[in-house]
Write a protein that binds this ligand. Sequence first.
Ligand SMILES: C[S@@+](CC[C@H](N)C(=O)[O-])C[C@H]1O[C@@H](n2cnc3c(N)ncnc32)[C@H](O)[C@@H]1O
Length: 264
Amino acid sequence: MYTGWRVPQPTVPETKTALPRQALEHFPRIDDTEHPVRWEFPSYLDNPNCRWLQALKEMYAMPIVFPASLSPEAGLMLHSLIRNLRPRVIVEVGTFCSISTHWMAAALQEMGSNGVIHSFDDFGPIHKGPWRDAEMLSGRMEWIQDRLARAGLLDRVIFHPGDSPTQLVAARDDLARAGGVQFAFIDGDHTIPGALQDFWAVEPVLNTGGYVLLHDTFPEQCGDHDGPRHIIDNLATVGAGLYECVELYLSPLNYGMALLRRIG
Ligand SMILES: C[S@@+](CC[C@H](N)C(=O)[O-])C[C@H]1O[C@@H](n2cnc3c(N)ncnc32)[C@H](O)[C@@H]1O
């Protein structure tokens, strides 16, 4: 055995602590860029032979989906996560206009998997708001079902209308019988109590080795949504299981994501 060299031991000062995210050398800030007013669908995704991509392209052109839906860049990352992590049972909290649902359902279809998405939302009215100059006052679930059908993805999704933590608890036995949840995308009520309730509602049926993806984790950039941040910062106490966590940056608006993996 070759013993002529040793791996140098890094010297880490005992007092070294993690930097706040704003102090990180690389932390894309919204004020570093001009705020977009719509999502741009990248031309490299504009494949006329792919039905679900064409469906997404149509939806991204609608003012209603900006800015609360995932950007195409973030959607592509979500799609890629599903294709790589290969969950069989997915929980989505916060369907909104179903942009994120499309990205995940398309991943299941492309993999030829019989995986399914349980999507939770109150499907209530969408009002005009900051950066959103459009509204949908009724019929959201029917509109979404029509959109998913056009994309050829409707059979991948089971909807759970109503208050998400209540509906999640009601669905828990079925989720457990299906083998538990391997991937939960939580993007619903972003208040601290709201995000905690969604997290705690799905937690008991999340497999060890399973993932939770939180959206809107940088409250100073995404409009004071402090629930997801609270979960990350208090992971050791809010998680009944044991979690590891990595934070992700998003483009073009860095609202942030965190990928949690249950390891205990
Ligand atoms: C930010 S949007 C989700 C965006 C979506 N994941 C996407 O990327 O396309 C949040 C959604 O959560 C829903 N929501 C918020 N609080 C809820 C609650 N307590 N129960 C059910 N749905 C809720 C809202 O109606 C909205 O549709």
